[in-house]
Design a protein around this ligand. Structure first.
Ligand code: PSU
Ligand code: MN
Length: 325
C-alpha cells in the first residue's frame, strides 16, 4: 500500500494508472498499421522527419527523396515511419499520399515541440523538426531516427540568443538520432559544448571528427564507433542506467559526394549575410538559409544533402536492427 495525495493506492492500481497514461498518450498518435505491428513484435523501425521535406528541399525533389529514403530503410529490413502533423492529426508513418501532400502544400507550419498542440487544435498541417520528431517518435516507442542535419547554436548567438529547440529535446529524450553533424550556418564548437552541458552523447560513426554536413571534417574530435551493434550496446547501457537523453550519431557524408569546405563556406556566408540584411529572425532563419544555399549552389548542395540523408537512413537502420535483437 502507498499513500499519494492523501489517497491509499495498491501497487497494481499505480501500475494501472501509469499504463492508462501511456495508452492515453499513444492514442493521440495515428500510427500506420505496419508500424504498429512492428512496435508490437519489436521489429526494427526508423523514424524520419518531415521538416526536411516541407522546408529543407524544393518540390518535387523533396517528395522523391523522402520516398527514396524510406526505401533505403526498407532495403535494410526496417519499417520507415515518417512523422508529421496532417490536418491536426499526429501521424507516425505517413503514407505516400501524405508525403506528397506535405511536400507540395504551401504554408506548412514548421513545428518544434512547443507548436504541436497549437497545430492540433487549429487542425493545421505541420512538418516536424528534429525536436518534434524525436518527441513523437519516443512517445510511439521508436528508438532510432535518421535525419540530415540537426539544429544548434547559431553563429550570432550572442546577439540573437538563437539556440535550436533540437538541443534541449535531445537532452531529455531517449532516442538515437543519426545525422551528418550540422551545417556551418551554425557555430559547431558551441553546439557541441552545449550538447555536452546537456548530457547528449555524440558518437562518430567510423570517424573521430564531428562532420560539418557538406564536408566530413570540422576539426572537432569526438569518440569513434565502428558498428551499429556497438551503438545499440551503448544505448542499452544508457537505458539500464535510466540516463535520460539522446545519443547523437554523427555519420559523415560519403566521400564521393563531399563538397570542398571553401565552396560550401562561400554559399553559407552569402546566405547568412542576406538573412541578416533582410532582418529574418526566429524559426524562419533555418528554412531561409537552407533554401538560399540550394539556390546559390545551383543545386549542388541539394545533391549532397540527398546522398547524406540516404546514408544516414542506412546507418540508422543498422542500429535499429541491432536494437531489436
Ligand atoms: N538543418 C539542415 N536541414 C534541415 C534542418 C536543419 O541541414 O532540414 C531542419 C531540421 O528539421 C531541424 C530544424 O530540426 O531545421 C532546426 O530548425 P531551427 O534552427 O529553427 O531550430
Ligand atoms: Mn532557432
Amino acid at each position: 500500500m502507498y499513500v499519494m495525495g492523501g489517497v491509499v493506492w495498491e501497487g497494481f492500481q499505480i501500475l494501472q494508472y501509469l499504463n492508462n497514461m501511456i495508452v492515453k498518450e499513444v492514442k493521440m498518435l495515428k500510427i500506420r498499421e505496419d508500424v504498429k505491428e512492428a512496435l508490437e513484435l519489436n521489429k526494427p523501425i526508423v523514424a524520419l522527419e518531415s521538416t526536411i521535406i516541407a522546408h529543407g528541399m524544393p518540390y518535387p525533389e523533396n517528395v522523391r527523396v523522402a520516398l527514396e529514403v524510406e526505401n533505403c530503410v526498407k532495403v535494410e529490413g526496417c519499417v520507415p515511419a515518417t512523422i508529421g502533423v496532417i490536418k491536426g492529426n499526429i501521424i507516425v508513418g505517413m503514407t505516400e499520399k501524405e508525403i506528397e501532400f506535405i511536400g507540395k502544400k504551401e504554408g506548412v507550419l514548421k513545428l518544434s515541440t512547443r507548436e504541436i498542440p497549437l497545430c492540433i487544435t487549429q487542425k493545421k498541417t505541420g512538418a516536424t523538426t528534429v525536436s518534434a520528431t524525436s518527441f513523437i517518435a519516443h512517445k510511439a516507442g521508436i528508438k532510432v531516427f535518421a535525419t540530415g542535419g540537426i539544429g544548434g547554436v547559431h553563429r550570432d548567438f550572442e546577439k540573437s540568443m538563437d539556440i535550436s529547440r533540437d538541443l534541449e529535446e535531445l537532452s531529455r529524450t531517449d532516442i538515437v538520432v543519426v545525422s551528418s553533424g550540422a551545417k556551418s550556418i551554425l557555430d559547431l564548437a558551441k553546439t557541441i559544448e552545449y550538447l555536452e552541458t546537456k548530457g547528449v552523447l555524440i558518437l562518430g560513426f567510423k570517424t573521430n571528427e564531428f562532420p560539418a554536413f557538406y564536408t566530413r571534417h570540422s576539426g572537432i574530435r569526438i569518440p569513434e564507433i565502428q558498428s551499429g551493434d556497438a551503438i545499440a550496446e551503448i544505448y542499452k547501457e544508457k537505458e539500464q542506467l535510466s540516463l535520460k537523453s539522446a545519443i547523437l550519431v554523427a555519420n559523415p557524408i560519403p566521400k564521393e559526394y563531399e563538397i570542398e569546405r571553401e565552396e560550401a563556406d562561400r554559399w553559407i556566408s552569402q546566405a547568412l549575410m542576406e538573412c541578416d540584411k533582410k532582418g529574418i529572425y526566429g524559426k524562419e532563419v533555418t528554412p531561409f538559409l537552407l533554401s538560399r544555399i540550394v539556390e546559390l549552389s545551383g543545386g549542388k548542395s541539394l545533391e549532397a544533402n540527398i546522398h547524406l540523408v540516404k546514408s544516414n537512413a542506412k546507418v540508422a537502420s543498422k542500429i535499429a536492427v541491432a536494437l531489436s535483437k
